[in-house]
Design a protein around this ligand. Structure first.
Ligand code: OGA
Ligand code: MN
Length: 319
C-alpha cells in the first residue's frame, strides 16, 4: 500500500499494511537510542496505525529491552519459567530457552495455544499494559500454514456497532483473571501460590474511553481468561461474549501479520485485540521474544467523562 505522509526529516518510511490498521517502518535501526524527534515520529505513527512493524532489525534481548524502555517502564511477566534472562523478557516459542523444540503437549506450547484466543495483553492487571513488542527470531517458512499474528481494531469495531448494541454494552463489565487461563487450558500445571496471590481477578468495563483520543470509545474484552460478561445471567453473558467475538473477527476490522525474520512488531493493547494463528507445532519452529510496556492508568468506562466533568478537573486522570 502507498506511503503515508511523513513528518519532515523523520528519515524512515511508513507504509500502511492494511485498511484496518498497521504500518511497516522501513529504514530505521532501532538497536540504537533514537533522537527525540525520531521517537516523536514513531509515537505519532503508533497512535495513528496501532501496529508498527519495524523491518530488518538485529536485536538481542538487551537491545529489545532498551528500545522498549523508551516508551515507558516494562512489566515483569507473571510466571518466571516463561521468561528468558530477565522477568521483562517473555519467551514466546514452541522451542525451549535452550533451543530445543518442545512436544505439542508441553505446558509451554499449550500456553502458546492459549495465545490463539483473541485477547489483549495483561488485561488481568488493574492497570493493563499500554503496548507489547514482539521480535521474530525464528518464523514459519513461506507457504507454511498459520503462524501469523492477527490484530483487530477495537475503535473501529465499536464505532460500527448499531446504537442499540452500543446502549446495551454501556454498563457491562468482564472479569479478567490470570488464574483462569488454567480453567481454559486445564493441562497446564497450577501456578504457585505467590503467583496467584500477586494477581487477583479484576473487572474492566466492556467499553473503554481513551483520554489521549478525546475520549473516543473502543471495545475492551478478552477470551483468553474468562468467557463470561457480567451484568446479566450467565447464559446471556456467554452468548454476548460469543457474539462479540464473531463481530470483531470480521475481516474489515482485522490485519493478519505474516512474519518475516527480524520483524519487530509493536502493538497498542488499549485499542486492539490480537491472537496467534495456530500452526503445526510439531513440525515448525517459531521463536519470538516479547517485552510489555506498562499502562499509565486504569481502564475507564463510558460514565467516567461525566463523573470527571462534575469534578471540574481537566487533566486526563482524576488527581
Ligand atoms: C503474545 C501473543 C502472539 C503470537 O505473546 O502475547 O499473543 O503470534 N503472541 O505469538
Ligand atoms: Mn498476547
Amino acid at each position: 500500500m502507498g506511503a503515508y505522509a511523513l513528518p519532515a526529516g523523520a528519515g524512515f518510511a511508513v507504509n500502511r499494511l492494511s485498511p484496518a490498521l498497521g504500518a511497516e517502518i522501513v529504514g530505521l535501526d532501532v538497536s540504537r537510542p533514537l533522537p527525540p524527534h525520531t521517537l516523536a515520529s514513531v509515537r505519532e505513527a503508533f497512535q495513528t496505525h496501532h501496529v508498527l512493524c519495524f523491518r530488518d532489525q538485529r536485536l538481542d534481548d538487551a537491545a529489545l529491552t532498551a528500545f522498549s524502555t523508551q516508551f515507558g517502564p516494562l512489566e515483569k511477566f507473571p510466571e518466571k519459567d516463561k521468561t528468558r534472562g530477565a522477568p521483562e523478557v517473555y519467551h514466546v516459542a514452541n522451542v525451549s530457552a535452550e533451543g530445543e523444540q518442545l512436544p505439542p503437549e508441553d505446558p509451554r506450547v499449550i500456553f502458546q495455544r492459549n495465545n490463539a484466543r483473541w485477547h489483549t495483553d495483561s488485561s488481568y492487571r488493574y492497570v493493563p499494559s499500554l503496548a507489547s513488542l514482539l521480535y521474530g527470531i525464528e518464523v514459519l517458512p513461506e507457504g507454511a500454514k498459520g503462524g501469523e499474528t492477527g490484530f483487530s481494531n477495537m475503535l473501529a469495531a465499536y464505532a460500527a456497532l448499531d446504537d442499540a448494541m452500543k446502549a446495551h454494552l454501556d454498563h457491562l463489565h468482564q472479569v479478567h483473571s490470570y488464574g483462569d487461563i488454567r480453567r481454559l487450558e486445564p493441562q497446564m500445571p497450577p501456578m504457585s501460590r505467590e503467583e496467584r496471590d500477586a494477581l487477583p481477578p479484576v473487572t474492566h468495563p466492556l467499553v473503554r474511553v481513551h483520554p489521549d483520543r478525546d475520549f473516543q470509545r473502543s471495545l475492551y474484552f478478552t477470551s483468553n481468561t474468562s468467557v463470561e460478561i457480567g451484568g446479566g445471567t450467565l447464559e446471556e453473558g456467554r452468548a454476548l461474549h460469543a457474539q462479540l467475538l464473531d463481530w470483531i473477527s470480521r475481516n474489515e476490522f482485522c490485519y493478519y501479520h505474516r512474519w518475516r525474520a527480524n520483524d519487530l512488531v509493536m502493538w497498542d493493547n488499549r485499542v486492539l485485540l490480537h491472537r496467534a494463528i495456530e500452526y503445526d507445532y510439531a513440525r515448525y519452529r517459531r521463536v519470538l521474544r516479547r517485552t510489555t510496556i506498562a499502562g499509565s492508568g486504569p481502564v475507564m468506562g463510558p460514565y467516567w467523562p461525566v463523573a470527571r466533568a462534575a469534578t471540574g478537573r481537566r487533566g486526563p486522570w482524576p488527581s
